[in-house]
Design a binder for this molecule. Structure first.
Ligand SMILES: C[S@@+](CC[C@H](N)C(=O)[O-])C[C@H]1O[C@@H](n2cnc3c(N)ncnc32)[C@H](O)[C@@H]1O
Length: 343
């Protein structure tokens, strides 16, 4: 049933497309959903979000300034439905990595948890450069019905005190897993998912970690957490998407969790297609979904100019991979029979 969608990006609403994908067919879901901050909900419209080419502005306020208690609750309700479909289409033991904002992370993880996933970890994408969003209150003080001297006193009193938005320097990424079928070993032999590839290195040949940085910070941080810096070309000059993720970050997660060239990576909120480009580059199969037609066109362009590398590791050439996969299918069939006989 998934054949129609393999290595394609579908321009539709996420829930509609997910409902058409087969059960237990996807190896990894790696995605960056709309954050439900200000107009960035599931009907995110680029034109409503951005009023200028250079600033990320929601009407007259910088993104993230408005606080609405319903945002998190609405996000939870919608993401619970999405997570319920994702758990159905993932293979047993398959991983679901989902980016979030620090503000709504708890709602996202609760939705994923309540849909039946095992919450394994929280990754953080660490960076030092970001625009602080905190605002001075001088503008509002000026509007107070007070004399000039009082206004000046208040301004002096609040010198340096700003609205409660600290400079944001990380993005949390949940690592959730669909319950494995049997032990980790049994599950891996049947589905080729559910374990992490510790040959994947981070920083200077370090054991893979849940902290990832894509910009040089200092010697120790770089040694432990740096993955290659985004190349200016990787995004594409034509790419107008506002929240493009670093390609190396997606590659790191795909390498860490998917075993073979047969693995299917799904990004249900593909945006400009970074996850899909990474999957193709690493010789994996992919399925992308996005509701916005313009982004689909950007993704297609980026994917077209990406070459696939089918080389997995020194020990596992294509022939051996196929042999292992055939044996896995046989093992799965036999074990299904055993289960059927014991019931
Ligand atoms: C945060 S962006 C993803 C960016 C992507 N990671 C990249 O690197 O370009 C979220 C995407 O979700 C899409 N989206 C929002 N609501 C959707 C829905 N109901 N169904 C499918 N896609 C949706 C938006 O069009 C947007 O491109």
């Amino acid at each position: 049933m998934n054949e129609t969608y393999l290595n394609k990006i579908i321009n539709e609403d996420v829930l509609k497309v997910l409902s058409m994908l087969a059960d237990n067919s996807i190896d990894l879901v790696l995605t960056d959903p709309p954050y439900f901050l200000d107009k960035m909900d599931d009907s995110w419209d680029e034109k409503k979000v951005a009023s200028t080419k250079y600033h990320h502005v929601i009407k007259s306020l910088p993104a993230g300034m408005k606080f609405d208690r319903e945002q998190g609750k609405n996000f939870y309700k919608w993401y619970y439905k999405v997570a319920n479909e994702i758990i159905r289409v993932l293979k047993p033991g398959g991983f679901f990595f989902s980016f979030s904002s620090p503000r709504l992370y708890h709602r996202m993880v609760s939705a994923i948890d309540d849909a039946g996933f095992l919450i394994r970890d929280c990754f953080i994408w660490l960076y030092t450069q970001n625009q602080p969003k905190a605002m001075s209150l001088n503008h509002f003080i000026e509007k107070l019905d007070e004399d000039k001297e009082t206004k000046e006193d208040i301004k002096k009193q609040l010198n340096g005190w700003k609205t409660p938005q600290i400079k944001s320097c990380f993005e949390p990424i949940v690592m959730a897993q669909k319950e494995p079928d049997g032990t980790f070993l049994e599950n891996f032999r049947k589905y080729n998912v559910g374990l992490l590839n510790t040959h994947v290195k981070i920083g200077q040949d370090m054991f893979p970690s849940n902290v990832i940085s894509t910009n040089k910070i200092n010697e120790i941080v770089d040694k432990c957490f740096l993955i290659s810096k985004p190349d200016k070309k990787e995004k594409g000059d034509f790419n107008a998407h506002r929240t493009v993720k670093p390609l190396s970050l997606c590659e790191y997660i795909i390498n860490l969790t998917t075993y073979s060239n047969e693995a299917v990576v799904l990004d249900p909120f593909a945006g400009s297609g970074t996850t899909l480009v990474a999957a193709k580059k690493l010789g994996r199969k992919f399925i992308g979904i996005d509701i916005n037609k313009e982004y689909i066109e950007i993704s297609k362009r980026r994917i077209k100019s990406t070459n696939a590398n089918y080389f997995i590791s020194n020990d596992i050439n294509k022939e051996r991979q196929l042999r292992i996969l055939e044996k896995a299918a046989k093992y799965k069939r036999l074990n299904k029979c055993k289960i059927a006989k014991t019931i």
